[in-house]
Design a protein around this ligand. Sequence first.
Ligand code: CO
Length: 241
Amino acid sequence: MNLKKNHITEIESIENTEKVNKTLSDSYANLLRGNREWVQTKISADSDYFTNLAKGQNPEVLWIGCSDSRVPANEVTNTNPGEVFVHRNIANVCVHSDMNMLSVLDYAVNVLKVKHVIVAGHYGCGGVAAALSKKQFGLIDNWLRHIKDVYRLHSHELDRITDDGQRLNRLVELNVMEQVYNLCKSTIVQNAWKERADLQIHGWVVDLNTGLVKDQKVSSNGPRNLGYVYELDDVEVIMAH
Ligand code: CO
């Protein structure tokens, strides 16, 4: 089977269909065109690329980042498909009642056995800026409330910063640190640490002005720094009689 030939035939077929559909907007059509260019680039470098990609994934990293379009996990870390498991939401918030985040975290930690979980914020984050303001934005205010709570925890430091941009960026950093702490407090991470020593939780902030990552140096590989109130005993399975 000539994989490359099959791909090209399929691409031509898609292009013919699109010529008929004149209602496609430019930005939408560009996505489909971009997809074909990506496929062609990949298979011209390695004709087995997609055959291998389809076999499965074995990422060692979970990225929990902001939904902002400027901070894509693979591009920022110069990694390939298959290398980073990704969860993104507005302002990279990790809440212990968010079933979506917990499901991703549980799967990444307990099934994929990732070695690194990275909470990745970014300076100038619109979600954090919105949380700093007193404006109402609608439903999202309930999500951003978590960041207002981060502000309250660190108000003694943040209230002293007079420059609005600096205060925003410091809250971005503190938000990342608090979300790392939230992950460490979770039963998923605490139970994993009881089983293995190779799971680390990290906090990063991406500087969009330079593209560079600023490691917040809050990496944890055990529950040592958790307050006693968050410590958990081993899981005991209670059998019903
Ligand atoms: Co953001």
